[in-house]
Design a protein around this ligand. Structure first.
Ligand code: COA
Length: 330
């Protein structure tokens, strides 16, 4: 028995924050942002929309595309760095409640932008061990809630959104999640961090005055490690599985920065037509980035049953992960 990605769904909030809008908020230009990142615009959730609301919309689409009844789901995992609540309840529990799935194992994971591929790895293990049958994984982010919109080094990069998938079982290798490699190196933690409102610097007026509740990043350093790690990870997983880059139907990288994606793509010689790119319209949506990109390609009719997808991601922690997945949906 193999684990299989049976369906994909996503949701992008309707409000668009363009580079031109950001020009009015911080000292930047559309030209600078596009040249350095490839981002043209990103989506921002409404004030009354929280991370779980975005996640629910993506989840409903994934559930219906898998042809499942909600009651058939026996595990819900949510990856997010912008949960509805600090500590508890988990966003997975909030989503379960809103979906009306009331007796189910549900929990969040914290792996920043690598969250979706980390969840895929866990879901694969749960399915292959026979412990669970139909797993809903959701990457959902209202990152705008932890962004300082006076800090031009971060506010230009991130956006809100959600993506979800159903992982079930198959006896066909042609529809299976073939391999996943996920890893982390905590020595780089300070380079991409929300320093405050945890146990180290509990929420206080001082924490808020010093803006420690927002994402802080040393972009240049993150960039260098990201390119190296993403490239090496792809080379490793392809070699380990005896798969040539030319056999990949869709390269779906984390959508952080077009220049990072381009460096990895060029090094591995993936044709641009096989590379899924949504960074221009959504920016970096962290744990939602890969499933939102996959969903766009799916809705464009590019992804068919049995197609071989290569996922590659990198994020705060530092965490990183890659996966070889044959699409098991319709
Ligand atoms: N608009 C205009 N100028 C800006 C700017 C902005 N939004 N942000 C920074 N600058 C300025 C800097 O102040 C600096 O000015 P200086 O030379 O006068 O000091 C100059 O542009 C170059 O800054 P630098 O940080 O070296 O730019 P960069 O080429 O590294 O690009 C990032 C910055 C953030 C786009 C890039 O480093 C990056 O994408 N890093 C990875 C971030 C990431 O993906 N994080 C998430 C990982 S999951």
């Amino acid at each position: 028995m193999y684990a299989s990605l049976k369906s994909i769904g996503a949701y992008a909030p309707s409000h668009i924050l363009s580079n031109a809008d950001l020009e009015k908020m911080v000292e930047t230009t559309d030209e600078w942002i596009e040249k350095r990142t490839g981002i043209k615009e990103r989506r921002i959730a409404a004030d009354d929309e929280s991370t779980s609301d975005l996640g629910v919309k993506a989840a409903l689409l994934a559930i219906s595309r898998a042809g499942l009844a909600k009651e058939e789901i026996d595990l819900i995992i949510c990856a997010t760095l912008s949960p509805d609540h600090f500590c508890m309840p988990s966003t997975a529990c909030v989503i379960a409640g809103k979906l009306g799935i009331n007796d189910v194992m549900a929990f969040d994971i914290s792996a920043a932008c690598s969250g979706f591929v980390y969840m895929l790895s866990m879901a694969k293990a749960f399915i292959e061990s026979g412990m669970k049958k139909n797993i809903l994984i959701i990457g959902a982010e209202k990152i705008s809630s932890i962004i300082d919109y006076t800090d031009r080094s971060t506010c230009i990069l991130f956006g809100d959104g959600a993506g979800a998938a159903i992982i079930g079982a198959t006896d066909t290798k042609n529809e299976a999640i073939l391999d996943i490699h996920a890893s982390a190196d905590g020595r780089y933690g300070d380079l991409l961090i929300t320093p405050g409102c945890g146990s180290k610097f509990p929420c206080s007026q001082e924490t808020l005055d010093n803006k420690l509740n927002y994402i802080k990043m040393q972009g240049n350093e993150v960039y260098k490690v990201a390119v190296k790690t993403l490239t090496n990870d792809v080379i490793d997983i392809l070699e380990k599985n005896n798969i040539d880059a030319s056999q990949i139907d869709h390269f779906i990288p984390h959508q952080a920065n077009f220049r990072i994606i381009e460096a990895v793509r060029a090094k591995l010689n993936f044709p641009i037509e096989k590379t899924v790119l949504t960074v221009a319209k959504y920016g970096n949506t962290s744990a939602a980035s890969i499933p939102m990109a996959m969903n766009d390609a799916y809705e464009e009719g590019r992804i068919k049953k049995g197609d071989l997808m290569l996922l590659d991601t990198f994020g705060g922690g530092f965490t990183w992960a890659s996966a070889l997945v044959r699409f098991g949906g319709h």
